[in-house]
Design a protein around this ligand. Structure first.
Ligand SMILES: Nc1ncnc2c1ncn2[C@@H]1O[C@H](COP(=O)(O)OP(=O)(O)O)[C@@H](O)[C@H]1O
Ligand SMILES: [Mg+2]
Length: 332
């Protein structure tokens, strides 16, 4: 048993320099509630990878193990520019691990914490990339279930037209649907409840539309700096996802046009049937609401044109504030 947990003692320094399943651990990158992520060197190919070691209790949970194997394979099979490629997933010394591309950059959680809300243009660029990743996953029969800022990695983009390249990661690694219905008795860490869809909470079967909900919560936070629902207690938060209306986004961002609120009302609908069919459909509607263009085939009305300011005004307009997305903190 001591050996089982030796890879996950919580003391990262013990693993630095050690070899785990053919990877030499170089340094800790970050940790979530159920995993530690290290930068490591794949000794066979001499390439740098991100090596994720999952908490040992997950390896002992049969349902999780089955889904881990199934969904790691499914995620590895998707070749998409905005999904972190998985190189290998396996088990060593009772610990499940995943080796994936090391993304040099930051995660969206860190960006929002350090820089506050994004400009609409930046939020829309990142949202469009992650939406295409989610829709591709859905077309491959995969539901992410844990869309949150920590699972969106942002690297430097290729040029000034593409200042950032966003990646989605961690398919099928959530325990939420396993534990939400009984997490108080099981007493396991559930992770953040800020992005969890009503049907996940009530234990109903989930499909792609639960990701539309989680994704819309993330985009809401990108624009306002906070998720749609904020409550002191977990139970109150779960209740809010199920029964409360999200506060109109324009309360926090009065510079955005009112049609934006209707787009979020749809994407965050309690019933999956009332949401957008895809993440890209949501982003398309949002872009139209932000820029005043036509949405969903609906011709732009005079009202749209009158009230909607361009997200980033041309130079002749009054001075715009310096972009928040000036120079994100990129890891070396
Ligand atoms: N492929 C990767 N490349 C670089 N950093 C990563 C990679 N995967 C995860 N990370 C970093 O490790 C952190 C911890 O990841 P994780 O254990 O999944 O926790 P969470 O998703 O809850 O933040 C992430 O927030 C991210 O900053
Ligand atoms: Mg993660």
């Amino acid at each position: 048993m001591a050996r089982d947990t030796s890879l996950f003692s919580g003391r990262p320094s013990e693993l630095i320099g050690r070899q785990v399943a053919g990877y030499r651990i170089e340094r800790e990158i970050g940790r979530g509630g159920m995993a530690v992520v290290y930068r490591a060197k794949d000794l066979r190919l001499e390439r740098t990878v991100a090596l994720k070691l999952l908490a040992p209790e997950l390896a002992r949970n049969d349902t999780f193990r089955r889904r881990f194997t199934h969904e790691s394979r499914a995620a590895a099979a998707i070749d998409h520019p905005h999904i972190v490629p998985v190189f290998e997933a396996g088990e060593t010394d009772g610990v499940l691990y995943i080796a994936m591309r090391y993304v040099s950059g930051s995660d969206l959680r860190h960006l929002l914490d350090s820089q506050g809300p994004l400009t609409p243009a930046t939020a829309l660029r990142i949202a469009a990339q992650i939406a295409s990743a989610l829709d591709a996953a859905h077309e491959n029969g995969l539901v992410h279930r844990d869309v949150k800022p920590g699972n969106i990695l942002v690297a430097r983009g290729t040029d000034s037209d593409h200042p950032e390249h966003a990646y989605l990661t961690d398919f099928g690694l959530t325990k939420k649907s396993l534990s939400l219905t009984g997490f108080t008795t099981v007493g396991q860490f559930v992770g953040t409840l800020d992005y969890v869809a009503p049907e996940q909470i009530s234990g109903k079967p989930v499909d792609a539309r639960c990701d539309v909900y989680g994704f819309a919560c993330v985009v809401y936070e990108c624009l306002t700096g906070h998720p749609p629902f904020r409550r002191d207690e977990d139970m109150a938060l779960l209740w809010a996802h199920q029964y409360d209306d999200p506060p109109p986004l324009t309360e926090a961002r009065p510079d955005l046009a009112p049609p934006v609120d209707a787009v979020f009302a749809d994407a965050l609908a309690k019933s999956p049937d009332d949401r957008h069919d895809s993440c890209l459909a949501f982003v398309t509607d949002l872009r139209a609401a932000v820029t005043g263009g036509p949405a969903g085939g609906r011709p732009a009305t005079a009202v749209d044109h009158k009230v909607v300011p361009a997200p980033e005004a041309p130079a002749k307009n009054p001075p715009k504030p310096p972009p928040r997305w000036a120079e994100p903190v990129f890891r070396q």
